[in-house]
Design a protein around this ligand. Sequence first.
Ligand SMILES: [Fe+2]
Ligand SMILES: [Fe+2]
Length: 162
Amino acid sequence: MDETARRQELILEALHTARSMELRAIQQYMVQHYTLDDLDYGSLAGAVRTIAIEEMRHAEALAERIKELGGEPESRLAGPVVHGQGVDEVFVFNAELEEDTLAHYNEWLVLCHECRDKVSAALFERLILDEQSHHNRFEDTDRHLRTLGTSFLARMAGGGAD
Ligand SMILES: [Fe+2]
Ligand SMILES: [Fe+2]
């Protein structure tokens, strides 16, 4: 295998793994959206749902790039989807998930630069900005839950999922 083909294979592997992480996040956030909605925390459910939709866009963008490089998008999930989390568990869990995603995407951004693949690098740069924003939003909510507790939850109760 020549150097160019080897580089392309490494990038494709990163894109596939990134997509499996996005697919897992989508499933996880959708489960949480329904759980939070059932608990009547409409505003919190809506916030998680919004992020799930952003992850869908990420999965789509990664699939497009995989196809451009001659690959076939897969449907595997990077990890298990956890059910039955309490409101106190969801946001700290998600902040950690986003942190893990950020660590990987930053590594793959470096790989893209090393392989001189500017298009994939630009994609990872864009995703990193979004994941950083997700991480901050999850962490802020978790902090509010811990510091304000029931008064914060009372404000989040009711309302639609939007
Ligand atoms: Fe994402
Ligand atoms: Fe994210």
